[in-house]
Design a protein around this ligand. Sequence first.
Ligand SMILES: Cc1cc2nc3c(=O)[nH]c(=O)nc-3n(C[C@H](O)[C@H](O)[C@H](O)COP(=O)(O)OP(=O)(O)OC[C@H]3O[C@@H](n4cnc5c(N)ncnc54)[C@H](O)[C@@H]3O)c2cc1C
Length: 486
Amino acid sequence: MSRNRIIGELIAIAGADSVFHEPSDLIVYEYDGSVDGAVETARPVAVVLPRNAQQISELVKLANREKLPITPRGAGTGLSGGAVSQAGGIVIGLSRMNEIIEVDPIDRTALVEPGVINLELSEFTTPYGFSFAPDPSSQRACTIGGNVAENSGGPHCLKYGVTTNHILGLEMVLPDGRIVWVGGRAPGLSGYDLTAAMVGSEGLLGIVTKALVRLTPLPEAISVQLAAFPTMEAASVAVSRIIGAGIIPAALEMMDQLAIQAVEPVYHAGYPMDAGAVLLIEVDGLREDVDDTVPEITRICTESGATTVRNARTKVERDLLWKGRKMAIAAMGRLAPAYYLHDTVVPRTKLPATLKHVEAVSREYKLPIANMFHAGDGNLHPLMLFDRHKKGDVERVLHASKDLLTYCIEVGGALSGEHGIGTEKRGYMELVFTGEDLAAMAGLKNAFDPGGLFNPEKLFPKGYVCGEVRALRAKAIAQKHGIYPM
Ligand SMILES: Cc1cc2nc3c(=O)[nH]c(=O)nc-3n(C[C@H](O)[C@H](O)[C@H](O)COP(=O)(O)OP(=O)(O)OC[C@H]3O[C@@H](n4cnc5c(N)ncnc54)[C@H](O)[C@@H]3O)c2cc1C
């Protein structure tokens, strides 16, 4: 079918105001939050912003008939290229499906559409005494559908768990267009746990059209402490000692000197400019427990070499301390025109050695690297600063990245704590998984999506998913005949 007829059919399904196909409209969908160079940009045939699951089902059936790849998209804040349509085809944007359908304070659940913004869900449920615990630093923009697809984490996931721990059920459109529910309100449902399979599936198994999420009661008391250390090593020792003492903070975040230099002059969060590293330590719970734990943390930090330990007493002070951390990436423009944010995880005991390796990589490749990360979970976020217009800078960053990722895998770590694999890290999957492991995962993908049309060219190294081969062939034929512009 010609491109114009396909656009016509898309409009018939979703309405003219929901289908975008002019180059000037499509250009913004060529990207997500990932680094150009680590992830290739790509232009879809069209972007459709449907309003309900029924429309999505019809779009998917059309795509099946025409062998057009489908890429789901939330807010496009993903950092691994997941929402970029590398194989062309149709992008289905969920941003207009953004209703909070129901909040149930007795069952402690909310039923939401996938385009609801993460922070807005917590703001909406605050008057009921609840929040949605997973809080990625991108929470002002990212969507619940994107959080589900990436199994997102955030500072408070140390105590409360990542997204998978907060999803009870999902309505989704399958790759053949059927609309199904997996999971539900009742605990201990029998049968396969398809909700868990969907969470973290990066848009390869289905499109989430509703999510039944668990709400977390707001704690009675919250304390946020800022501890400043002369070195990252001393701060890492404090992290191990806090956890070793049996304390599970709600959040335990570290920022290094370079990150402090970028953040403090912008947000005036109160981080000492001469510190080698700062920790933000939040504890929450019953007032008595918090009152007991705070002096214990102060003692551990001081014994580990902290030069300052300060308690934020008011909500305003607490919010300011957090603003510095959560908005840190936005301040990096002060230091360099571009950054590449990594997301590896290492066992907590390997943190000090890994941070030393980050320093060595920085020296070897002559790249400034800032660190800001979820220290409590060993989830590192080394942020490489560069200038894409400087000859050789992108290549240097990519070589340094490979060095860093390989090291983290060697010490028993994982490729991604929360940003997903996407296209960015699919080439590294064989460092972690054997052929048999990958074939078992591909079996799940093929069971859901035998045609390989949902988000092809993601997550799996080339060749593991049969349908992907078909999708690539369809793309080549389409390009040859000039039917679908790339
Ligand atoms: C400044 C910054 C800070 C960040 N901090 C964090 C952090 O602390 N923790 C963290 O985990 N991540 C973080 N991220 C990464 C990103 O924000 C998360 O992965 C987020 O969950 C992506 O949501 P999104 O709506 O932008 O999804 P998108 O980027 O649009 O999509 C991400 C993936 O989800 C799929 N998808 C989207 N919606 C659906 C749906 N309804 N059904 C099926 N698949 C879907 C897409 O196909 C794609 O594969 C950060 C990103 C930035 C830019």
